[in-house]
Design a binder for this molecule. Sequence first.
Ligand SMILES: NC(=O)c1ccc[n+]([C@@H]2O[C@H](COP(=O)([O-])OP(=O)(O)OC[C@H]3O[C@@H](n4cnc5c(N)ncnc54)[C@H](OP(=O)(O)O)[C@@H]3O)[C@@H](O)[C@H]2O)c1
Length: 250
Amino acid sequence: MFDLKGKTAFVTGASRGIGRSVAVSLAEAGADVALIGRDTAALEETLAGVKAHGRRALALKTDVTSADSIAAAVAQTVKEFGKIDTLVCNAGVQRLKPFLDMQPDDWRSLISTNLEGAIMTMQAVGKGMVEQKSGSIITMSSIYSFVGAPWNSIYCMTKGGLSQLSKALAVEWARYNVRVNAICPGWIETDLTKPYMQDQKTVDAGLRQIPLRRFGKPEDIGPMAVYLASDESSFVTGQAYVIDGGQIAH
Ligand SMILES: NC(=O)c1ccc[n+]([C@@H]2O[C@H](COP(=O)([O-])OP(=O)(O)OC[C@H]3O[C@@H](n4cnc5c(N)ncnc54)[C@H](OP(=O)(O)O)[C@@H]3O)[C@@H](O)[C@H]2O)c1
């Protein structure tokens, strides 16, 4: 079960954190992987992790806020691997600020990466999936597409949009056998959540909100991505899978 041999995955934000772990998990299950991000040195580290599982990998310096940059990465992946079966739209940024302090630069960065970046990547990769009449798209949304959080208003807005985009596209592209699902992590320990970790009171309050009493690790997300990329999930589309230690269950 969950055998991804012969499949190619295209993972954005693969240079670190959740994206790196997802890329390596997909490779462990047998997929060849195109690794997308801006930090070339960090992408090379992920590349080594993929190759350690005997899979082929491409590290492609790409900015998801540029349609041209995404198009070049997609073209290179298809040239190298022939097709793309799985897209993981994971690249994302966060800006922690009270709403009244948010500046245009802040919300433009959040919207252009978390939303427009995903839209453009889904268009660029999805076109081939529609033509080949198969594919699995996985978006990295958040529990903040369901609940709000202080200092996170615009981030929450982008994740709400991303979850809804995933659901709508699942309905639109079901006729082409292209499935679209969202993964909605809770608090996962990565560079993105480092600012929260600086303050012990915030850490303690965060843990009190999580029934399983621990923060997530990037490795908690990979298995769900493997399932959604695999043929075992061929009847699953339009869903949002929460992985949060029970945080929003109460
Ligand atoms: N950590 C959490 O608690 C948590 C919870 C819910 C959802 N998420 C979501 O999970 C995803 C990954 O987050 P993370 O925690 O792993 O964060 P992270 O460690 O900060 O990694 C973010 C990734 O996004 C990439 N990225 C950012 N802007 C990019 C751009 N313009 N072009 C290409 N790549 C870009 C970064 O690559 P480069 O710097 O190399 O470009 C990096 O690989 C994000 O969408 C985030 O919103 C995280």
